[in-house]
Design a protein around this ligand. Structure first.
Ligand SMILES: NC(=O)c1ccc[n+]([C@@H]2O[C@H](COP(=O)([O-])OP(=O)(O)OC[C@H]3O[C@@H](n4cnc5c(N)ncnc54)[C@H](O)[C@@H]3O)[C@@H](O)[C@H]2O)c1
Length: 320
């Protein structure tokens, strides 16, 4: 069984990946600096089964030591600053972690005999779409926010290291994830928590922006499929095909919670807000055989239930 090194393994999606990896019998080491968004509580089920290093990915010396000690076969790079709104307030941490951090990892990976480097990118690197059309892996990148620019840079760096040095990099571009353990600054947990407390639920502009919602376990499964069957140098879009307007997501959550739509409050739009993302994910379905298992109607019920059952964790996050 191959050894994985997962960066950002204490984050929302990275921790799902680590939990699944343990169940699949992988040996896993995690590097995470535990930013405001990281929390080892997400890994409590994996306690004693993984090795955890509290390290910043930009700290080359410490990351190098982990590589020497762990000798990973495959690196799965999830660590990032991930919230668009924060990148609009201050782009600097995004450029540091997402660009310089990725460069550091790629450089260190080059010095070791790794068999794969899975570089986690995002659908946001493509920019946005009008009502029609889809993004293909061949669509030119056209990112709009400081976050998506930093992710596009990291994405291109990974591909450049494959082409220039032959590093076996696979690029994954997932759509919007949702599910348990997401930090309560992103749309779905914010709506659940505000509604639970009978507070106004803020929705940007008129809530018409469209996102493609992917349940977090499906995203992690896609990455395992890429670890096991992906081709070095390849890019894989990973989307559910389930597009929803934000306002419809909000209304669905209010309905599950038995709340009225009076709670909705339209607020000033996000600066530079992308209108719509939509991935064509035929390649990963065709070449690797992955497909999503959790439909939005089921995933959103599970997610709301999880937040209801884990209110204490969420409260601790909000006051950080
Ligand atoms: N959440 C989504 O909808 C989504 C969609 C597509 C792609 N992605 C990408 O997937 C990855 C994971 O996203 P997420 O939502 O789980 O993010 P997250 O913010 O929940 O987790 C990020 C993790 O990275 C860690 N981290 C941040 N800076 C670090 C640094 N300098 N060194 C080491 N660790 C650091 C944090 O402590 C945290 O544990 C990111 O690369 C993100 O861009 C996310």
């Amino acid at each position: 069984m191959r050894k994985l090194l997962a960066t950002g393994g204490a984050g929302f999606i990275g921790s799902e990946f680590v939990r699944q990896g343990v169940e699949r019998g992988y040996e896993i080491a995690v590097i995470d600096k535990l930013s405001y968004a990281g929390d080892t509580e997400r890994l409590k089920n994996a306690e004693g089964k993984i090795t955890f290093y509290k390290i910043d990915v930009t700290d080359r010396e410490s990351v190098g030591e982990v590589f020497r000690k762990e000798k990973p076969d495959i690196v799965v790079h999830w660590a990032a600053e991930s919230h668009v709104d924060r990148s609009i307030q201050d782009a600097s941490p995004f450029l540091d972690t997402n660009i310089k951090g990725t460069q550091a990892l790629l450089d260190i990976a080059r010095q070791h005999e790794i068999k794969g480097f899975i570089n986690i990118s995002t659908d946001e690197v493509y920019g946005d779409l009008e009502e029609e059309g889809q993004f293909y892996e061949t669509t030119p990148l056209n990112p709009s926010s400081p976050y998506s620019v930093s992710k596009a840079s990291a994405d291109m760096l990974g591909r450049a290291y494959h082409r220039t040095y032959g590093l076996p990099v696979i690029t994954i571009r997932p759509s919007n994830n949702y599910g348990p353990w997401q930090y309560p600054e992103k749309l779905i947990p914010v709506v659940i928590l505000k509604a639970l407390n009978n507070q106004k639920v803020p929705v940007y502009a008129k809530g018409e922006n469209v996102r493609e919602w992917l349940f977090v376990s499906d995203c992690a499964e896609a990455v395992f499929e890429a670890v096991e069957k992906g081709r070095a140098g390849e890019i894989y879009n990973v989307g559910s095909g389930e597009e929803k307007r934000n306002i419809d997501v909000v209304k669905t959550i209010l309905k599950i919670l038995g709340k009225t739509e009076d709670l909705i409050e339209f607020v000033k739009d996000r600066l530079g807000h992308d209108f719509r993302y939509s991935l064509n994910s035929d390649r990963i379905r065709r070449e690797i055989g992955w497909k999503p298992k959790v439909q939005f109607s089921e995933g959103i019920e599970k997610t709301v239930k999880w937040y209801l059952d884990n209110v204490e964790w969420v409260k601790r996050k909000i006051y950080v």
